[in-house]
Design a protein. Sequence first.
Length: 274
Amino acid sequence: MEGITFGLAAMVLIGVSDFLGAHASSRSTAMQTINAAFWAGAIAALAIAPFTGSIIADDMIKGVVSGVAVTGALWTLWRGYVVSSMGVTAPVAAVAGAALPVLVDVSRGEGPGTLGTVGMVAGVASLLLTSWTRSEQSPAKGIAHGLAAGSMFAVMFVVGGDTSVDSGVWPIVSQRATAGVLVTMAALAMRQSPFAGRDAVKWSSISGVAGSAGVASIVLGAQRGPIGPVTVTGSLYPVVGIALNWMIRGERLRWWQVIGLLGAIGGVALIAAD
């Protein structure tokens, strides 16, 4: 049950981050948005880290590795958007990122029970339903990039979660800082400004703090038990973004998204009951 609590927190926080990030991206480039988000997340994590644990060298290194993984995942995801479409690449990446940590649990002998398995399958299927959009472009490249990006997201979750409870959120500090350094270096190498204007940075930073808190919730949950239930529940964050767009922006829900929303609720309930 503790893992579900952390997973639900991650779902809400990352969903809010995604919603705010979309708002910020209308005022800056994708690279500028994510760069400000990484640095804001690193600063926020640094502010609370001393109250959650202590610096452990091995765990800080794992944070660096997970930071490299999330940077590679985002770059691959964006490439998938270019060569295919967001509607194909994003849901495949989300499903892969949620499902692969479950296989890690199974390999460790920590696989879920019957109810948990059904709940995770329902959650992954719901994730696909809520994220998928029709595209006239060939899906093959989008699927390939989505699988690659999702695998790297899974590495971020698994490596970040394979840290000690005693380190608290310190691994998130090294993760976000590493990602920020890599994105800043990439922007400079491409002769782009690493940051946008003040207003865009403000929204990107708020998004980054929420996103960092969401990833920290997944790490904290994985430190205390199997990672599968935490990542599957946390990866349902598109449900929150869709709900916010519907309530605040008045966007129309498609029938398959409604089914996905209901399936996500049912999936989480089954995982909690396992």
